[in-house]
Design a protein around this ligand. Structure first.
Ligand SMILES: Nc1ncnc2c1ncn2[C@@H]1O[C@H](COP(=O)(O)OP(=O)(O)OP(=O)(O)O)[C@@H](O)[C@H]1O
Length: 300
């Protein structure tokens, strides 16, 4: 499942008048894979998502989904695709159940599926109340429920967990993991780096419409070459008693480049007999800021 390309974007460009919002973006998302689309406000993420949806036309470039090149909105509509927009606006006067029944009829999903999904999303008790009485988190759950109602092959989520409490957020990512296991290809557009970090396969970082970096977390760490921090009692002891390590350390702290990590681990364990230590890797936020800072320096 992992190697089947579900989304293929080739040299995509979107111009609004003279303004280049998406600037030659190419990417793939495999079936059963989650890609995080990251970037500053105005980087072009939502534009890209809307082009994938077929609701905004690309200026140039090509999109194919599930092996078919999509040339117009009609072709996009043939794809079993779920979408949760940023700031979803639902029909406030309708009840939660009526909203989902409406989407079910649009997507050709059996009505009895609606009650099942409402229960599963913790909205069973309020299903007959108007949406206007729902909290933001409840509306977001309902929005997510409509996005996955048809058990889509492709799921596009724009800021899915904004305003959600930690448990609701966890629920959403558990549901995403379930869809992933069923082979769904998922793109999550988000600024919540800490939340998304453990829930994605790859990240695609963009700025001013362009790709800055993409890959698995480990690949991005290597590409960024941010230093790794070795901590723990055995490290302090090793620094104190080893010339090589004491020269490498700064203020008794051992920070080493990614490329040197295996060599240092080997040196610590086989040469110094140090086993009681931990390695703090740069996280997604460190990686994101690294690429953004690099981009800003180049632009200055
Ligand atoms: N319909 C439009 N007409 C003109 N410019 C637009 C239009 N839609 C988006 N833009 C511009 O394109 C750029 C990219 O916008 P987009 O909404 O894709 O960014 P984003 O990465 O999703 O930002 P955010 O994180 O703030 O949601 C912005 O400068 C925006 O002002």
């Amino acid at each position: 499942m992992q190697d089947t390309t579900a989304i293929l974007v080739t040299h995509l460009v979107k111009q609004y008048g003279d303004f280049l919002a998406v600037d030659d973006i190419s990417l793939t998302v495999n079936a059963g894979e989650t890609l995080a689309l990251l970037g500053h406000n105005g980087a072009g993420k939502s534009s890209l998502i809307k082009i994938l949806l077929g609701i905004v036309p690309a200026t140039s470039g090509e999109i194919s989904m599930l092996g078919t090149v999509l040339k117009n909105e009609k072709q996009h509509r043939k794809i079993n695709l779920g979408y949760l927009p940023e700031n979803i606006s639902l029909y406030e006067k309708l009840t939660g159940k009526e909203v989902l029944e409406y989407f079910a009829s649009l997507k050709g999903v059996a009505k009895n599926q609606v009650v099942k999904v409402l229960e599963e999303f913790g909205l069973g008790q309020v299903q007959n109340k108007p949406v206007r009485t729902y909290s933001k988190g409840m509306k977001q759950r309902l929005g997510f429920a409509q996005a996955i109602l048809s058990e889509p092959d492709i799921l596009l989520l724009d800021e899915p967990t904004v305003g959600l409490d930690p448990q609701a957020s966890l629920f959403m990512y558990q549901k995403i993991a379930e869809l992933k296991r069923q082979g769904c290809a998922i793109v999550v557009c988000t600024h919540e780096l800490a939340v998304v970090e453990g829930n994605i396969d790859r990240a695609f970082i963009m700025a001013n419409g362009k790709k800055l970096a993409s890959g698995r977390l480990e690949e991005l760490r290597q590409a960024a070459d941010l230093k790794v921090h070795f901590t723990g009692d055995d490290i302090l002891d090793a620094i104190a008693h080893d010339d090589f390590l004491s020269r490498l350390a700064t203020n008794n702290q051992l920070w080493v480049h990614q490329v040197d990590k295996p060599r240092i681990i080997k040196y610590l364990t086989s040469h110094r007999g140090a086993y009681n230590f931990s390695i703090e890797e740069p996280d997604l936020s460190d990686i994101y800021h690294h690429f953004m800072n690099l981009h800003q320096h180049k632009a200055a």
